[in-house]
Design a binder for this molecule. Structure first.
Ligand SMILES: [Zn+2]
Ligand SMILES: [Zn+2]
Length: 555
């Protein structure tokens, strides 16, 4: 990958084609500007893995040429990978105070990031980083201090939207101001690199301002205990809930580490200082059921979060009974639907009312991402030469590209992760492709998501294993019964299990009996023949091809 003289390129290294793992970079005059560095949630394809990261190898190979890393806002899909990947990039970081507070609390648990330098910018600021000029334009989104970034170079000007919407009455933070975008577009915008999350959704995303009233109406319908779950980072939603609870004479109690952390960050940045004080979990237990609202983590069905524990009855303090209510003031991120339904099933079994945005006519959730009319408004302000659709699944990116075309934009690009897109005042085009991928986070290490250990785990879920150890003497005669162990195939305690074990044993002995003296001298030959024979046998009786391994020990 070689940058031509005066050539500006944009490369989405993650976050295009899948939700989360955003990692974007701009290249100009051999320097690189990173915008966002986030995590994604792993689904069933990655057994044992919770979190995925974008592979930063492309940037790591150029780390001395990284001018800056800009973080647009404190959502995990934009900031969550920084503590994992910064040690490999070691570049200056720029973000707003709220995002910096979130990042600093992550760095407390990341000793390798001890010398990371964060420069706090204010919305409206402009910075110079190498050959790039970057201006931060405040936008409305479901977390405070989100900024779009105007990236300016001599080769062209790009508006990188970050996540945004046109909430007409946000309860925390500012409205998106069309005048600022029109101003940014005065010298022309070569490309708009935009949030595609809700590009398939007609109309507008709605307003957080409506949530407070909607929530109050729903609270009034609930006669007993209320638990409400939200995205921890949705500071505006916490405020809406607190205000609605106050209007209904209910105190608010917050449970869950990530919620407490986010609220602490918000208060340190001057937010949430105009609402009633929260009560502790202990105090909440002593209040009547109809006098509290409990805000809990776990809106995505995460098994270790507070809501899942409340739902399966394992929470030490909070128990729900028939007639209590659980409100989901959120939506499931693509890929998390099954986990959310699992939690809802547990609640339903206990006779708890479940209220999701689908169950009520009142507004209890709005999305922080632009729907079609909002995207049209943005394109109208910017009048870009080209649109590059990022941040979303393929169908979402395609929807934004279609919308841009319908709005008369000349070029609309749906990139793959790794697409190298040249941007100039004439427009944009894909000119190359670089390697990129995903990394999987385990408790003790980070490995490539296509690492064979993960594909083996995937296979194990369906196939089970058979392991055989043979001890033979110099002539190849068995010194005792082979040791056979299986996982995921039989229950060794049952008659069937014992019979299966004996049958496999007999099969091994038959295979060895068929071998010549010469063949019995060859350990590798014995191991492979027995392995194939056992697999064939299990396939014959169970119609499953297990992962089979054979060790030959010669004494
Ligand atoms: Zn996002
Ligand atoms: Zn966001």
């Amino acid at each position: 990958m070689h940058l031509g003289k005066d050539e500006l390129v944009f490369i989405p290294l993650g976050g295009s084609e899948q939700f989360g793992v955003n990692l974007n970079t701009y290249g100009y005059k051999s320097k690189w500007l990173i915008v966002d560095c986030g995590i994604g949630f792993a689904d069933h394809r990655y057994p044992g893995i919770d979190i995925l990261l974008p592979d930063p190898s492309f940037l790591e190979e150029r780390k001395s040429d990284i001018a800056a890393m800009i973080i647009t806002h404190a959502h995990e899909d934009h900031v969550g990978a920084v503590p994992h990947l910064w040690p490999r990039l070691r570049c200056p970081i720029y973000c707003t105070a709220f995002t910096a507070a979130a990042l600093m609390s992550k760095f407390e648990e990341a000793p390798d990031c001890a010398d990371a330098r964060i420069t706090i910018i204010k919305p409206g600021d402009t910075i110079k980083a190498g050959p790039f000029k970057a201006s931060f334009i405040p936008v409305a989104h479901s977390i405070p201090e989100t900024c779009s970034v105007l990236v300016e170079t001599k080769a062209g000007r790009v508006l990188h939207s970050a996540d945004w919407n046109l909430d007409p009455a946000p309860v925390v933070g500012v409205k998106t101001d069309g005048a600022l975008f029109k101003e940014a577009a005065k010298k022309g915008i070569a490309a708009y690199v935009g949030d595609s999350t809700n590009a398939e959704v007609p109309g507008y995303s709605g307003s957080e301002g409506d949530v407070e009233a909607g929530m109050e109406a729903v609270f009034k319908e609930c006669k007993k205990r209320i638990v409400i779950t939200i995205f921890s980072s949705n500071i505006g939603r916490i405020r809406s809930i607190a205000k609605a609870a106050e209007a209904c004479g209910r105190s608010v109690c917050v449970v869950g580490r990530s919620l407490h952390k986010m609220i602490g960050n918000a208060k340190s940045c001057g937010y949430l200082n105009d609402i009633q004080d929260f009560v502790t979990e202990e105090d909440a237990l002593h209040l009547p059921d109809d006098k509290t609202v409990i805000i809990a983590t776990g809106s995505q069905g995460e098994s270790r979060a507070q809501l899942a524990r409340i739902a399966n009855g394992s929470h030490p303090n909070i128990k729900l009974n028939k007639g209590d209510s659980v409100i989901f003031s959120s939506r499931a991120i693509p890929g998390n639907e099954k986990e959310v339904i699992g939690v809802q099933n547990n609640l339903a079994a206990a006779g708890v009312h479940i209220i999701t945005p689908r169950h009520t006519a009142h507004t209890i959730h709005v999305s922080g991402h632009p729907a079609q009319e909002e995207i049209k408004a943005m394109l109208g302000w910017l009048k870009p030469k080209s649109v590059i659709a990022v941040h979303g699944e393929r169908t979402m990116l395609e929807a934004q590209a279609r919308l841009a075309k319908a709005e008369g934009i000349e070029t609309a690009i749906v990139p793959n992760n790794g697409s190298v897109i040249r941007i100039s005042d004439k427009g944009a085009e894909v000119i190359d492709h670089v390697e990129t991928g995903l990394l999987a986070v385990e408790p003790g290490r980070v490995l490539e998501a296509d690492h064979s250990s993960i594909s083996q785990r995937r296979k194990l879920q369906y196939s089970g294993t058979v392991h055989v150890t043979l001890v033979v003497d110099g002539r190849g005669d068995l010194m005792g019964d082979p040791k056979i162990s299986t996982v995921g195939l039989e229950d060794a305690e049952t008659e069937d299990g014992k019979m299966f074990h004996d049958d496999v044993l007999a099969e091994v002995e038959d295979i060895l009996a068929d071998m010549t003296r010469e063949e019995l001298k060859d350990d590798a030959y014995i191991a492979e023949e027995v392995r194939i024979g056992i697999r064939r046998y299990v396939m014959h009786v169970l119609r499953i091809k297990p992962i089979t391994s054979v060790h030959v020990v010669r004494v």
